[in-house]
Write a protein that binds this ligand. Structure first.
Ligand code: FES
Length: 196
């Protein structure tokens, strides 16, 4: 019997021949073999708990009063977390897109290139979370510690070349080309976030 008639037998619903059975059995053994090799490989690629712990950072925000901010380190980079006042939220939400230098959200929690409206920069409007690295040449802007200049837009200020960010971390004035990056994060409770 030719190969094409073997195929025809199987497709037409006739009883499989002994040769069909050998083919099917051989293919099954091969598939099990591939899975047997693949599982250890995938297992090796899964980071263990200690690596995951280094790549994420849990932050308790319960001690950050309204109007103040904190800086934490995540993956070797500073992250600013600002507890915004109602007035600051209003100011950020009412800023028209036409006033923004960089119209893109730059939010790692959003998959696409959403616009930089305030709602696309935050999860909870009371809290702004941004990577504290100026998008000009990589300095760490001022405005997180009390008494530091927050610039002309009440957010953060990078004094080396004069970049001003607003209360949503969006670049408003100066040479920095992009908004401060919003890192991946989630709220674990009302006052605890996990970054990364
Ligand atoms: S690095 Fe921030 S303005 Fe130059």
């Amino acid at each position: 019997m030719s190969a094409s008639s073997d195929t025809h037998n199987t497709l037409s619903g006739e009883e499989p021949t002994r040769r069909d059975f050998i083919h099917i059995f051989g293919a099954s053994v091969a598939a099990v073999g591939v899975i047997g090799v693949a599982v250890p490989l995938v297992d090796q690629m899964n980071p263990d708990a200690s690596v995951l712990a280094l790549s994420t950072k849990e932050v308790d925000l319960s001690g950050v009063p309204v109007g103040q901010a904190v800086k934490v380190m995540w993956q070797g980079k500073p992250v600013f977390i600002r507890h915004r006042t109602g007035e600051e939220i209003k100011q950020a939400e009412e800023t028209p897109l036409s006033a923004l230098k960089d119209p893109i959200a730059r939010n790692d929690n959003l998959p696409g290139k959403d616009d930089a409206e305030d709602k696309n920069r935050v999860i909870n409007p009371a809290w702004v979370v941004v990577v504290g690295v100026c998008t000009h040449l990589g300095c760490v802007p001022l405005g997180t510690s009390q008494g530091e200049s927050r610039g002309d837009f009440d957010g953060w200020f990078c004094p080396c070349h004069g970049s001003h960010y607003d209360v949503a971390g969006r670049i408003r004035k100066g040479p920095a080309p992009e908004n401060l990056l919003v890192p991946p994060y989630q709220f674990l409770t009302d006052t605890t976030i996990r970054i990364g």
